[in-house]
Ligand binder design. Structure first.
Ligand SMILES: *Cc1c(COP(=O)(O)O)cnc(C)c1O
Length: 415
């Protein structure tokens, strides 16, 4: 991947792009929301569709010249329907956050009530954090993870729903390692006559491949990001029953957005097409096996995992027991110095702050794309443990960094 044209007109940006390519090649990408899109997806995203205005929807646009934009968007829609089995799909949201915004905007009035998981327990900003528009426009109450088990406390959620009487219950999370029981949340929603929004941002790929149960057909609305485990072009998606189709489409455009990012929609179409191939199911299965192997090995080293394991692509490590003096932020920094890139994360029952929390979150989606299997993941766990346990040692960081370099060389990213 050369950036010749950019280099000719803009060497400073070309340097940054080449630097980023090299960074991705030479580091272990373990931020759980990240993945490595294929060159086909990247090419579609970098295409001439960035030039095209296509406000509206296929066959019903506000601009002329949309015949190819229509083709691309219809392909993305049809493939998404096949992947997730939804009645209606909108592929235009610029991001997962804007997909959620569309659902709120379609179904709620300002001041209406949202019940969602607390951010420090694994929720997302767009589920009602005070710094986000959702927290400011709506009345938000939050449920929690049971700090003893690390699982969602479904009974407490149900009680809270009864007392709070929400208009929407939001499920789907950013840092939850376990399979979500969609039906139990649906039951709570039914009891109080609330809508259920299932935000599968992280697990879109796992759900599409059938390695995680699907909320489609259970929840009223399913939203997601299209660049996480599903590995397509960057952006968001909304799925719903036909009865809400018009409301959702209007809430996306003109409600919350202007012209769709048609180049990203093309990236979504290509990535969804890739995900329909049988290899993608194998990939998603491997992602979960790799996360299990990573978690088991970290636990063998004595690290404590929230919920004691994982059913998904991520593990959440609570450092407080094994390394009470080490914050997630310091662990993140030391690991980054050894070219292992993951993020500090709050844990259920957090006793520090969101800025410097007590945990680290690690995902396997990107490394699995690179070709890592369970054996490599166990070694990665050993490397993570060495750095965590000896985070002040420059020698350890250097040695681990050298081994990371070898592993990256063995599994090149973009040839
Ligand atoms: C990542 C994520 C989103 C959306 O993120 P964007 O960065 O806006 O695409 C939404 N919900 C959850 C639970 C997420 O983890």
């Amino acid at each position: 991947m050369e950036y010749d044209q950019v280099r000719e007109v803009d060497p400073a940006v070309a340097d940054a792009l080449a630097g980023e390519l090299e960074r991705q090649e030479r580091t272990l990408a373990m931020i759980a929301s990240e993945n490595h899109a294929s060159e086909a997806v990247l090419e579609a995203q970098g295409s001439v569709l960035t030039n095209k205005y296509a406000e509206g929807y296929p066959e019903s646009r506000y601009y002329a010249g949309c015949e190819y934009a229509d083709d691309v968007e219809q392909l993305a829609i049809d493939r998404a329907k096949e992947l997730w089995g939804a009645d209606h799909v909108n592929v235009q949201p610029h991001s997962g956050t804007q997909a959620n915004q569309a659902v709120y905007f379609a179904m709620l009035d300002p001041g209406d009530r949202i019940l969602s998981l607390d951010l420090t327990h694994g929720g997302h900003l767009s589920h009602g954090h005070p710094a986000n528009f959702v927290g400011q426009l709506y009345d938000v109450e939050q449920y929690e993870i049971d700090p003893e088990t690390g699982y969602i406390d479904y009974d407490a959620l149900r009680d809270l729903a009864e007392s709070f009487d929400p208009d929407v219950i939001v499920s789907g999370y950013s840092a939850y390692p376990r399979e979500v029981e969609w039906e139990r949340i649906q039951e709570a929603a039914d009891e109080v006559d609330a809508y259920h929004l299932a935000d599968i941002a992280h697990i879109t790929g796992l759900v599409a491949a059938g390695v995680h149960s699907s909320p489609v057909g259970v929840a009223d609305f399913v939203t997601g990001s299209t660049h996480k485990t599903i590995r397509a072009g960057r952006g968001g998606i909304v799925m719903c029953d036909e009865e809400y189709a018009d409301a959702i489409d209007k809430a996306v455009f003109p409600g919350g957005q202007g012209g769709p990012l048609m180049h990203n929609v093309a990236g979504k179409a290509v990535g969804f097409g890739e995900a329909l191939e049988p290899e993608f199911t194998e990939y998603a299965e491997q992602v979960v096996e790799n996360a299990e192997a990573l978690g088991e090995r970290l636990a063998e080293h004595g690290l404590s995992l929230v919920s004691d394991g994982t059913d998904t692509h991520l593990v959440l490590v609570d450092l407080r027991e094994s390394h009470p003096d080490l914050t997630g932020g310091d662990a993140e920094d030391a690991l980054a110095a050894a070219n292992i890139v993951l993020n500090a994360n709050t844990v259920p029952g957090e006793t520090r702050s969101a800025f410097n929390p007590s945990g680290i979150r690690a995902g396997t989606a990107a490394l699995t794309t690179r070709g890592f299997g369970t054996e490599e993941m166990r070694e990665v766990a050993d490397l993570i443990y060495r750095v965590v346990d000896d985070h002040d040692s420059e020698d350890v960081i250097y040695e681990v960094g050298e081994r990371v370099d070898e592993l990256c060389g063995q599994y090149p990213l973009y040839e």
